[in-house]
Design a protein around this ligand. Structure first.
Ligand code: 5GP
Ligand code: ZN
Length: 113
């Protein structure tokens, strides 16, 4: 198993985990781009959004709902936050295990860089 996020999910590499359940793990990004920068990942290895299948629709929905819950837990649900999936080169994907970025705590410009 060479996938970095599979290793974090398995506890083989340490991470600042803020939530875990049967299907999802959320932890702090090692190089935060905002005061709150979490990564929400499924325990199952899925390389990119392109690889999702219909039976994973509920899993992705649960990732979005967890993002909203964690934003609320950290006090950002009304002020606002950003959720991002990067896919492949032009979007800057570097870890090929899907992860939902949750960024909050500063004004986030639009359009993104
Ligand atoms: P991507 O660019 O693929 O959308 O996002 C990958 C994210 O994973 C980056 O924001 C990067 O800082 C983060 N990251 C890379 N390696 C590690 C690590 O070992 N631990 C943690 N917690 N985050 C990591
Ligand atoms: Zn993986």
């Amino acid at each position: 198993m060479s996938c970095l996020f599979c290793k974090i999910v398995a506890g083989e590499i340490p991470a600042a985990i803020v939530h875990q359940d049967n299907t999802l793990v959320a932890f702090r990004d090692i190089n935060p781009q905002a005061p709150l920068h979490l990564l929400i990942v499924p325990r199952a290895h899925i390389a990119t959004l392109n690889d999702l299948t219909e039976d994973q629709d509920a899993l992705v929905g649960s990732m979005c709902r967890l993002a909203a819950r964690l934003a609320k837990d950290h006090g950002y649900h009304e002020r606002g936050y950003r959720t991002v999936f990067n896919t492949h080169r032009d979007a800057g994907q570097t870890v090929f295990h899907i992860h939902l970025h949750l960024l909050a705590g500063r004004g986030l410009s639009w359009p993104p860089g």
